[in-house]
Design a protein around this ligand. Structure first.
Ligand code: PHE
Length: 330
């Protein structure tokens, strides 16, 4: 019997089966207990020997079962570890990187350019007061130039800023009469019908410099360096007179491009000028001592020129196929 049991124990493969064997032999009604019960039918002188024998077998079986259980548990663990092994030599899945939005690429590029020349980067609110958007920019109430800008009014006194120029006023007031040299990128809003060249929401990049002795030559130099940085040294620009209430004189800058028929075309990219004495005064400067220049660049216009985008609305619909094209420019 002992041999049979031990063979069975050794051949068992799972923990469940070993549990069954344990029941079969060692439980109260198990085979070894039944053997023990036979003892009463034996002659008295054989009883001690038989009892000893059964107990030995019982102990042996118990020990074997326990070591088998340990054995099986160990095997199970090894199997588990085997399954969970990581092969570090398998090539990794390709992670696809996002792209920086083309408008943000233009903004970051311009920020780098101006920071390198000592400008601060400022931000202003998109929900702006009529006061900063117009009044501080020398559009008095009822000024005809207010019609130039189709404004989204929120209340009579608050609106979505129509340009980043109100940040000029905020930057000047913040300096308390000291020189200012700052740029401000941001979203702007006008009540335009959306079409391939118009969007009710667009972006501008404002610049303002106020100090003693700032002249138009400084403005021209700054703008020329900037367009060269953006479009290369050979790219021609055209500066032509224009009107904005907050500058005097005021100009607009066009970038020259060659049309398919070989003639020159012009794309306007910014408005600029020398800060109007009224704006300086409201900003806390004596216009007889201080002077300054300001510019406001159309970010979409730059991106359209740089990347050849045909419809301005592409910048805003977030079509991944459109955005993926700007991967190489990171
Ligand atoms: N704010 C003007 C616009 O939105 C641009 C501009 C900025 C012009 C600064 C002159 C000086 O059209």
């Amino acid at each position: 019997l002992r041999k049979v049991i031990i063979e069975k124990i050794e051949s068992v493969l799972t923990l469940d089966d070993i549990e069954k064997l344990r029941n079969q032999y060692l439980s109260k009604k198990g085979e070894l207990s039944q053997q023990m019960a036979k003892m009463k039918d034996l002659p008295n002188d054989e009883k001690p020997l038989f009892g000893k024998l059964i107990n030995e077998v019982k102990e042996l079986v118990e020990n074997r079962i326990i070591s088998k259980i340990n054995d099986l548990k160990e095997k199970e663990l090894l199997k588990k570890l085997e399954n969970e092994k990581i092969d570090v030599t398998i090539p990794a899945d390709e992670i696809s990187l996002g792209t920086i939005h083309p408008l943000n690429q233009v903004i970051e590029d311009l920020e780098d350019f101006f920071i390198g020349q000592g400008y601060e980067v400022k931000e202003g609110p998109e929900v702006e007061s009529d006061f900063y958007n117009f009044e501080m920019m020398n559009f008095s109430k009822g000024h005809p130039a207010r019609d130039m800008q189709d404004t989204f009014y929120i209340t009579e006194e608050t609106l979505l800023r129509t340009h980043t120029s109100p940040v000029q006023a905020r930057a000047m007031l913040e300096k308390n009469g000291k020189p200012v040299k700052a740029v401000c990128p941001g979203k702007t809003y006008r009540r335009d019908e959306d079409d391939p060249t118009h969007s009710h929401q667009f972006m501008q990049f404002e610049g303002i410099v106020v100090d003693k002795g700032i002249s138009f030559a400084n403005l021209k130099d700054t703008l020329l360096n900037m367009t060269r940085h953006l479009f290369g040294n050979d790219r021609e620009i055209r500066i032509r007179p224009s009107y904005f209430p907050f500058v005097e004189p005021g100009v607009e800058v066009d970038v020259v491009y060659i049309k398919p028929d070989g003639t020159k075309g012009y794309i306007e990219i910014l408005g600029a000028g020398l800060v109007h004495p009224n704006v300086l005064r409201m900003g806390g400067y004596d216009p007889d001592v201080y002077s300054g220049f300001a510019f406001g660049i159309g970010i979409e216009r730059i991106a359209i020129l740089k990347y050849g985008v045909e419809d301005i609305r592409n910048f805003y619909i977030n079509d991944i196929r459109f955005l993926q094209q700007f991967k190489g420019d990171l």
